[in-house]
Write a protein that binds this ligand. Structure first.
Ligand code: HEC
Ligand code: HEC
Ligand code: HEC
Ligand code: HEC
Ligand code: HEC
Length: 255
């Protein structure tokens, strides 16, 4: 073995043990069953008003609409139970009841017998439908066990990107950023604007989650991300979860 190869092996070993330690060091939330990842029970007002909590399933809706439609156009917050959704707003054509949504034409509306489809109180709802969908889409080992980007790229899903407010054509930003991790031997994280803006609007991230200048977002590190900040806003809840190191740190090999 040459001197050089020896060094490569030693540093690979050091790197691998650091990654393993990192994985053991941080607390990752337990994996939800694939059909439940991204499912929410919305219960800000339901039970107080004699209804079961409303189920909302991200995997079901993201096949039809991008995040942008709901989290920018329809103004749902990216934190459960914080948006002031009521039956009145729904009936008035806002929130779930928006045109092209649960307006009684595009999808079932807000009258009997449909109430219980939403107010089911059941977070597991729809796993048969999930299995049917998952069987047609590329797999991934985490989260919904669906590789959503590959599904989009192959045209297997074609979610609508706007219903009323078209994204301006003159704002395009496709830069791929290399975000150096603060630790030695840890390959940097990469962030592709191109991949994200096919799902999201600039406003979903800037300025609330990230500053619009590289390396200026403060306390941008794994502990905070795993606490549901920064990348963790989405990558702990709806997009592939944090235990999937490889897409973010391409230098870390899949186990
Ligand atoms: C059809 C509408 C719709 C689509 C599409 C959608 N969401 Fe949501 N999302 C919601 C609603 C409704 C809530 C709950 C809001 C509330 O209760 O205040 C929510 C909540 C969230 C939350 C908070 C989760 C939590 O546990 O607190 C995150 C993060 C989120 N969405 C990210 C996304 C991402 C990323 C996408 C695209 C892949 C997406 N959403 C697509 C409607 C949608
Ligand atoms: C498309 C889904 C959907 C349908 C259909 C639906 N709701 Fe809701 N409803 C919601 C959501 C989401 C909320 C907000 C829940 C929360 O924050 O607790 C809500 C809130 C409520 C609330 C809480 C208090 C208030 O006034 O807002 C009541 C009561 C309610 N709905 C009753 C009904 C009844 C009765 C029906 C049928 C006539 C119905 N809903 C149909 C989604 C739906
Ligand atoms: C999913 C989140 C997300 C979305 C959506 C997003 N960005 Fe960013 N953006 C980031 C992150 C992360 C950084 C780096 C911040 C840091 O390092 O402090 C960044 C940095 C930037 C920078 C600074 C780059 C540099 O080299 O200093 C610009 C400019 C920018 N974004 C523009 C946009 C525009 C325009 C859009 C919409 C077309 C957009 N971003 C959408 C996450 C996002
Ligand atoms: C506002 C929500 C949101 C935030 C914040 C966010 N992402 Fe994502 N990201 C997504 C969604 C949605 C996808 C599509 C894949 C999926 O849902 O699993 C995605 C996909 C990715 C991919 C896969 C792209 C590919 O190559 O196929 C990488 C890598 C990634 N994100 C890294 C990051 C990093 C690093 C950060 C923080 C700097 C970040 N993301 C912040 C929503 C988000
Ligand atoms: C959704 C994207 C994403 C995933 C998944 C992810 N990371 Fe990170 N990681 C980042 C970002 C972003 C940073 C901070 C980069 C910076 O400082 O600018 C980071 C930083 C780090 C650091 C440097 C120390 C620190 O706290 O900043 C280590 C070590 C690390 N990650 C290891 C891992 C390991 C191991 C995994 C899998 C178990 C993992 N990461 C999964 C995005 C991710």
């Amino acid at each position: 073995m040459s001197y050089k190869t020896g060094w490569i092996i030693v540093s690979l070993f050091l790197f691998a043990s650091q990654v393993t330690q990192a994985g053991e060091f941080w607390a990752f939330p337990a994996d939800a069953p694939a059909p439940e990842y991204g499912n929410l029970l919305i219960n800000r007002t339901s039970e107080k008003n004699g209804q079961k909590p409303a189920i909302f399933s991200h995997w079901l809706h993201r096949t039809k609409f991008t995040c942008r439609v709901c989290h920018f156009e329809l103004e749902f917050n990216m934190k459960v139970n914080t948006t002031e959704i009521t039956e009145k707003t729904n009936q008035a054509g806002l929130h779930c009841g928006a045109a092209s949504c649960h307006d009684g034409k595009a999808a079932f509306g807000h009258q009997e017998p449909h109430c219980k489809k939403c107010h089911s109180g059941d977070k597991t709802g729809g796993s048969e439908k999930f299995n049917e969908l998952a069987s047609r889409l590329p797999r991934s080992p985490f989260g919904n066990h669906i590789d959503w980007d590959a599904a989009m790229k192959k045209g297997l899903i074609n979610p609508v990107h706007y219903i009323a407010i078209k994204p301006p054509e003159d704002i395009e930003y496709k830069e791929k950023l290399v975000l150096d991790a603060g630790w030695t031997n840890i390959p940097p994280a990469v962030f592709s604007h191109k991949q994200h803006i096919q799902w999201l609007d600039c406003n979903n991230c800037h300025p609330d989650i990230f500053n619009i200048k590289k390396k200026t977002t403060e306390h941008f590190e794994m502990v905070r991300i795993l606490n549901g900040e920064f990348c963790g806003v989405c990558h702990m809840t709806v997009a592939f979860p944090m235990n999937n190191c490889q897409p973010c740190h391409p230098g870390i090999r899949r186990k």
